[in-house]
Design a protein around this ligand. Structure first.
Ligand code: SER
Length: 906
């Protein structure tokens, strides 16, 4: 192990000496030194959790090392270890901790970064935490004490005293307010506590006294819990949560001015520069990368890690953050002069920065990651130029120079039509010294959303917070629904609630045991019934799992005539915690869902087999009557490919075969080749569904016993849902038979109508008929044109006058339609231009004249004049006007009785 000379108070080093001593401590070395140190001091090393926080629906991303341990702070007894250490992947690009806008413009901000941390769930004290951290810095890393100082919360006398005990003099312990030294996860509910922070003196003369000090480690004394209504309560035991940004610490240890100059970014920056050189773009070779190089490097790391954890670009929630990050990177690339897709060329450089094997997902999922990035790049580059041109136009507009504000409609158009995330528009504006009125943009967005045009919405607003109390009270429902013999069983209510959601009244309950499936994984929840001991039946409308081990049923009276609130009161005595009930799952629906769930696995395997590539599942929906499967693939599938997949599934399922359910360790499952969805969270022991020799997938859903039940299988559609993501909808088993029946039902009638012997003959006949119709339409068109030109129709026109303009009023044959009348009107004004012409056909009236010959009236003025004296409406132009009369005109008599007087009236 590389060791440097022992340093401490009294041995200050010059910057040069410092760099010489420490520059060899690489980031991978830092990772392992940290974990080894804490392991040596009794901590269990824990692998980084996913960037998608599976245990916390209030967060968009894992944004601190403590997130995966949140439950253990609340219930330390459930933690499998008393203290732990980790290097956690973190993302700060949404919610309270959002650094997206700072990236590139400051030395230290990142969207994706790694957090080194040590945690105690009642295992050790505040004093231990301070001692462990201090020793790690000054003994293990041998940082000189004279370049360190700490802050404590101004009311934390204990913390202050503990630092003094470590030998820190008063001038090195700074007291700060709660805004600096009280840490919480977000603005809402969660564990929190006072903290002490350790700072490093960068000795950078270009920085102010304040900025010279770099925060390197935050030790949080997790002792409190903030409730949803903002009250602080005590956690059951005092816990410790510390976090040290790996990139920052690396910059200290490598003597670099900022994180982007450390080994973690070196390769990526080199990759970007090589890319520029290959395109003959002049490259600035300064040690400090430019803002755009920093943005690309940071965002590239973020996008790859996000995709490797199963996030795919979309217009919603996490997927939208990913899309924004990719688009911002592309705009920065454009600023550097790169106009083509290039990001995936950086992938080998990214891997060089993580070659210690700490994130195997980067190599395992490399092909999929690049595939997704490339598709997204191609999609955005088609509109980026057009959007930028629009913005440049705005910057050049003289009437905007005094406000230098981008009109909100433009920001919205850029977002809606050109795919510019709002923050990208804002960034470009800020670079030019312009602004965007984000409030006005938000209002516009809201208006659009209400009009139903807007698709952006957050996917983190699940109404699960309601059940936090049930979780805290440890209300658990054992799921028994994998066992088919228990789908109709005795059970007991363990919690009930009635509440209003908007105008709706909801009754929810937890029962134990619970045969109703509601565990997610794309499979729709079971429905069924709960019968109370007074005989009243309540329908199970929905099932959800708001927390680990908790299943909540949403119920309503089965009798639609019974009012929910009244029924709740009437059945109250039998509808409370402790009441016995009979729980019955709707078998038809459950079996349908099982068929389609196993069929989804078969489709997943079939796609891989036929497309010969590793696709990534991007979502799925398993319903009783059909399935939907989203996956990443760059182009539409051909009809041949779809047929081949369909055949593949049908050939395997027709011969039948049992499915197996196995519980095994995650490592065994993955090494046996089981497919795992990146975005799912798996425990140490996982459930694997196997169709022997065909498919093996990690899955918590319910499945058929024998795949024969999936036959027949039919793909109904294959469409695009987002750039690089395809969607297949399919049906299997009885639903498929039903689908074929419905599709075939009208065919005999169709054949009879077409006088066809079979469907093939039918298609030929229909084709011929359609061609004949087209030809007939054409002929009809010619004939009516001829007819319109063929002089007077049967009835002679009635002649009249309006303000010296001679008028001819014609009755058009009742069999002829409006387009004919219009043609006739045109012919009349062209051939008899000295007259104004009125044409009537029952309720339709038209006026036509040649304005070059009739100048004192227009077609519109004549029609309007008549309509002042007879009932109807309409209008038009100088040469032509059209209207509708309330009373039809069918004879010359009618004309003389109503139209002529209307025309001549004053
Ligand atoms: N949770 C604290 C932070 O994120 C310490 O890990 O800073």
């Amino acid at each position: 192990m590389y060791r440097i000379g022992r340093l401490g108070v009294g041995s200050p080093l010059t910057r040069k000496q410092w760099v010489r001593h420490l520059q060899q401590l690489s980031s991978p070395e830092l990772r392992s030194r940290f974990v080894q140190y804490f392991e040596k001091h009794g901590h269990t090393p824990v692998k980084s959790a996913s960037l998608i926080p599976h245990n916390d629906k209030t967060l968009l991303f894992t944004n601190a090392g403590m997130v995966p341990f949140k439950e253990y702070f609340l219930k330390p007894g459930t933690a499998p270890y008393k203290s732990a250490t980790s290097v956690q992947k973190c993302m700060r690009a949404g919610g309270k901790h959002n650094d997206l806008d700072n990236v590139g413009y400051t030395p230290r901000h990142h969207t994706f970064f790694e957090m080194l941390g040590n945690f105690s769930f009642g295992g050790y004290s505040k004093e231990d935490a301070i001692r462990l951290a201090w020793r790690f810095l000054v003994q293990e890393l041998e940082l000189p004490v004279d370049r360190l100082r700490v802050t404590v919360l101004d009311t934390d006398e204990v913390g202050y005293a503990l630092w003094k005990k470590q030998g820190l003099p008063d001038e090195k312990i700074v007291r700060c307010g709660a805004e600096d030294n009280f840490w919480s996860m977000g603005d809402g509910e969660g564990p929190c506590g006072s903290c002490t922070e350790i700072f490093w003196d960068t000795q950078d003369p270009s920085l102010s006294e304040e900025d010279r000090w770099l925060e390197i480690w935050n030790l949080v004394f997790m002792e409190k819990y903030r409730t949803a209504d903002n009250k602080l309560t005590d956690l059951p035991v005092s816990c410790i949560d510390t976090g040290m940004g790996l990139e920052r610490m690396a910059s200290v240890l490598q003597g670099k001015k900022n994180n982007f100059q450390t080994d973690q970014f070196l390769h990526l920056i080199q990759g970007i520069r090589e890319n520029l050189q290959n395109r003959n773009i002049p490259v600035m070779l300064s040690e400090d990368p430019s803002a755009h190089e920093k943005i690309i490097a940071d965002h590239f790391r973020a996008m790859c890690f996000l995709i490797s954890d199963g996030v795919v670009p979309s217009n919603v929630g996490r997927g939208y953050v990913l899309r924004r990050i990719i688009r911002r990177a592309l705009r920065s690339a454009k600023q550097l002069g790169i106009n083509e897709p290039f990001l995936t060329g950086l992938y080998p450089y990214l891997l060089q920065g993580f070659n210690d094997g700490s994130y195997p997902e980067l190599t395992e999922r490399g092909a999929s990651i690049c595939n997704i990035v490339q598709n997204e790049e191609a999609a955005f580059l088609t509109t980026l130029d057009r959007g930028l041109a629009l913005l440049n136009n705005v910057f050049a507009q003289p009437n905007l120079q005094h406000t230098k504000q981008i009109p909100p409609q433009i920001a919205f158009q850029l977002y809606d039509t050109f795919g510019f995330p709002f923050d990208l528009t804002l960034n470009i504006a800020l670079e030019k010294g312009w602004t965007v009125d984000m409030k006005a943009v938000e209002e516009l967005k809201e208006k659009q959303r209400q009009m139903g045009k807007e698709s952006w919405k957050s996917d983190s607003a699940l109404d699960k917070g309601r059940f936090a109390e049930w979780r805290n009270k440890n209300i658990l429902s054992r799921f028994t629904g994998y066992d088919r013999t228990l789908l109709d069983q005795e059970s007991q209510i363990v919690a009930v609630d009635i509440h209003k959601k908007g105008k709706k009244t909801l009754v929810t309950m937890a029962i134990d045991p619970c045969p109703f499936y509601g565990l997610g994984g794309g499979q729709v929840p079971d429905s069924g019934s709960v019968t109370l001991s007074n005989g009243q039946e309540w329908h199970v409308v929905d099932v959800l799992q708001p927390y680990e081990g908790g299943l909540v049923l949403s119920v309503a009276p089965s009798d639609p005539k019974r009012n929910i609130e009244k029924s709740f009161e009437e059945d109250r005595e039998f509808l409370q915690s402790g009441s016995l009930i009979r729980a019955k799952v709707d078998l038809d629906k459950r079996e349908g869902a099982e068929v389609h769930h196993t069929a989804t696995h078969m489709l997943n395997a079939g796609l891989r087999s036929i497309l010969k590539t590793d696709i990534v599942q991007a979502g799925s929906m398993v319903e009783p009557k059909k399935l939907r499967f989203d996956f990443t693939y760059g182009k539409p599938l051909t009809t041949e490919q779809l047929q081949a997949i369909e055949n593949w599934v049908n050939q395997i399922t027709i011969t039948g075969g049992e499915t197996n359910v196995k519980m095994m360790s995650l490592t065994d499952a993955v090494s046996s080749g089981a497919i795992a969805a990146f975005s799912e969270k798996y425990g140490e022991t996982v459930r694997v569904i196997e169709v022997p020799g065909v498919s093996r997938e990690l899955c918590g859903g319910t499945h058929v016993d024998d795949i024969r039940r999936l036959y027949p299988f039919k793909i109904l559609s294959e469409t695009s849902v987002a750039a690089g993501t395809r969607r297949i909808e399919a049906v299997a088993g009885l639903s498929c038979v039903e689908w074929y029946r419905k599709a075939y039902e009208p065919v005999p009638d169709l054949l009879k109508l077409l006088r066809a012997s079979d469907t093939k003959d039918g298609v030929a006949k229909l084709d011929k008929t359609l061609q004949q119709t087209k030809a007939l339409q054409k002929r009809l068109e010619t004939l009516t044109e001829k007819l319109a030109r063929a002089g007077e129709t049967v009835v002679h026109p009635v002649e009249a006058q309006i303000n010296d303009v001679p008028v001819r009023i014609h009755i058009v044959d009742a069999d002829l339609d409006i387009p004919f009348m219009q043609k006739r009107a045109r012919v009349l004004k062209e051939s008899q231009g000295e007259w104004a012409h009125v044409l009537v056909n029952k309720n339709t009236i038209m006026v036509a004249l040649d304005p070059s010959q009739v100048q004192t009236e227009t077609a519109n003025s004549i029609l309007k004049h008549m309509l002042r004296h007879i009932k109807g409406g309409g209008g038009g132009q100088k040469d032509f006007a059209q209207g509708k009369l309330a009373i039809p005109i069918t004879s010359v008599q009618d004309i003389e009785n109503s139209l002529v007087p209307a025309l001549t009236a004053q």
